[in-house]
Design a binder for this molecule. Structure first.
Ligand code: FES
Length: 101
């Protein structure tokens, strides 16, 4: 069953940055790409690095541990074509960011 969960305020994540947000037993990486919000699984599929702490360039985040890249809008990896990370639907209502778990 899909559940909508409030995970942040838009002001919690500066433009072109990410944030690690534990919620309901999952850990989500939330990104603000030029004012649009995207949520992916925080754990890098390589060795579990925290993607929400990675550098964001455009819509691509670089894992802070060993540098794998992921497009936060699709979950696809630019470096490792077979790797795809889980994405979550995001919605903004007023100043609140909601995700579907
Ligand atoms: S843990 Fe992310 S690249 Fe290794």
């Amino acid at each position: 069953m899909i559940e909508q969960v409030k995970i942040a305020l838009t002001s919690d994540v500066p433009v072109n940055h990410g944030k690690v947000i534990p919620v309901k037993g999952e850990v989500i990486a939330l990104f603000n790409v030029d004012g649009k919000f995207y949520a992916i699984d925080n754990a890098c599929p390589h060795r579990g690095g925290p993607l929400g702490e990675g550098d964001l360039e455009g819509c691509v985040v670089t894992c802070p541990w060993h540098g794998w890249n992921f497009d936060v809008t699709t979950g696809c990896s630019h470096d490792i074509p077979d790797e795809k990370i889980k994405t979550y639907s995001c919605r903004i209502e007023g100043e609140t960011v909601w995700v579907e778990l």
